[in-house]
Design a binder for this molecule. Sequence first.
Ligand code: UDP
Length: 409
Amino acid sequence: MDSPPLSVGFVMVHTSPLDVPGTKDAGGMNVVVSAQADALARAGHRVHIYTRRSDESSPERVELPSGVTVVHLDAGPARLLAKGEHEGVIAEFERALAAELASEPTQILHAEHWFSGIAALEPARAAGIPLVQSYHSIAAAPETPLTEGERPESPGRLAGERLLAHEVDLVIAVSEAERHTVLDRFGADPARVRVVPLGVDTELFHPVLGGESDEQRDWLEHGGRPEVLVVGRLHPLKGFDLAIEAVAAIPEDSRPVLRIVGAPPPDGDDHARELHEAVARHGMIATTAFDGALRRGELAERIRRATILLIPSHTETFGLVALEASASGIPVIARDTGGLREAVLNGETGVLVSGDDPADWAGAIEKLLADPELLASMGAKAREHALSTSWESSAEHLLEAYRALLASR
Ligand code: UDP
């Protein structure tokens, strides 16, 4: 390391880096923060992640193998809260964080999601520490209706997000699309909004060794069904209902298996039930699998055995699973929106689809399934694209942003 190591505190109020992504409210943000924090710690920096204690049995501090320290702060009841309930515990978290910072010299505070930004704002100011903000997702603007599938998360969200865009020292966006949203919607200073590209673990997510899985051989050589996979928390925003409708629109004799990986968030049981009911209504129980949430290794195995990954999400600031599928050599069919336009190279690593008509999505699936050569060439291109990214280079970009910010003060 050329420059001296930094001391960085990540603040992540509503979900823990120890949670399994795809369960509770853990998703892309957990993967991104854990991967960047691990890469920074492995490069010799001192890294803490401050999160809320949501379980009585959590120890105060947990040392991760990378050297990152996870600190559980008491704020509100020591049980899982629905996302919207966290607004009520921000003030308590803020006090606990301020007390912690009094004994832990910190050069950069990096808040993840707006709850964390609000909780970190005063403690950062009081201690003279620059505050960096990542939103990960941004609420729908009040003048436009909520995006389909989006529930109002909590009353203070939009005002909180807007305030942070003006008060923090730097906003880090995960995509150009998110950067534009921060600039256009909140009127933030462009010099203080920077994109840090995401990475993917190309050792964990890799194509099937030997090039062809048993499932693929079964499909191509023995008349079995190909597999369309969707991955994510079972939240209406993910558009898994559209995935079911799209697969249902494909004639039964050529219909692929639909595999759904992920668990409902704390308040998401009703939606999970609706998805099961839709599968039953379309007579697809025998050709649909609900796997629940999978740990990283198992998930990587599932992705490389799939034929296509579908991302019908109504909004996505990035869509990390697109990059994970690419690294696995699997083409992606995704909605033509937000960060998915950057995560998927249309016509090269996958296909972008607009709108909510299941027939259009079914058409895109059928077109790819009808052309195994195209599937294979897109898969190869996708892997190549993923190999050009890594969490180490993502962490280096982050570090460069931190150092530029420190130098400017
Ligand atoms: N994920 C996982 N296991 C699951 C479901 C999801 O590890 O059962 C991971 C997935 O691989 C990805 C993240 O959770 O890394 C979801 O990120 P994405 O950006 O796609 O969606 P978000 O959760 O941020 O809305």
